[in-house]
Design a protein around this ligand. Structure first.
Ligand code: HEM
Length: 183
């Protein structure tokens, strides 16, 4: 498998960013949905810290991914796709990027405004960029909740589009992102 993208398929590095982000998102939603219900205690504290650390890891991964798009541009969409479909694909992808960055940013500012430092995997304390603020904390908790829901809708659309390409249009758009798939 080639490291760089070519005009037919994604390379190993772009696939690793993509599936790495999927894995981190599964962990983030899993922790997010279970940690808030826990009673106050060490386990809750540790799960919150893990959620935040994985969120910061995703932030780094997404930044590398954006840089990688410039280093090695994605393969073009099939010629058979109309201009409207191309615009929808671009809108879907950039909405996903934007929603991910926004969700991570809201999570960070929420933690700082709640006066909880963000210490990545117990090793690296990020400087708090906002002062403690009870009102802001409450608003951001609601935005973070609905941000998660919006992300799920975008992700469902993204999966739906990939399946539409594979099963209805029968093109290579899904396969070219699957590791070891033959095109
Ligand atoms: C794309 C990345 C992220 C996703 C998908 C995500 C998802 C979620 C979800 C689903 C919840 C549960 C919401 C609820 O039931 O109220 C949650 C809670 C939370 N998240 Fe995230 N999160 C992300 C990134 C982050 C980051 C980077 C931080 C901070 C560094 C963070 C901090 C928090 C905190 C503090 C809560 C608890 C909110 C509360 O207690 O009301 N999240 N997250």
């Amino acid at each position: 498998m080639a490291l760089l993208n070519d005009d037919k398929r994604y390379g190993t590095i772009a696939k690793a960013w993509h599936w790495g982000a999927v894995a981190l998102l599964i962990v983030l939603f899993g922790l997010g949905w279970t940690m808030t219900e826990l009673p106050l205690g060490v386990e809750k504290f540790e799960r919150y810290n893990l959620h935040k650390s994985v969120g910061v890891t995703l932030l780094l991964l997404m930044l590398f991914r954006l840089v990688w798009r410039i280093v090695s541009p994605p393969p073009p969409l099939p010629d058979s796709l109309s201009d409207g479909m191309r615009r929808m694909a671009a809108l879907g992808h950039w909405s996903l990027y934007l929603a991910l960055f926004a969700q991570i940013g809201v999570g960070l500012v929420h933690s700082w405004s709640a006066n909880f430092p963000v210490v990545v995997f117990g090793k690296l304390a990020l400087p708090s960029l906002t002062a403690p603020n009870e009102g802001l904390k409450e608003i951001l908790a609601v935005i973070h909740y609905w941000g998660g829901m919006a992300l799920l809708v975008l992700i469902a659309g993204h999966i739906g589009a990939a399946l539409y390409h594979h099963f209805l249009r029968r093109d290579t758009v899904l396969k070219r992102m699957i590791p070891w798939a033959k095109i």
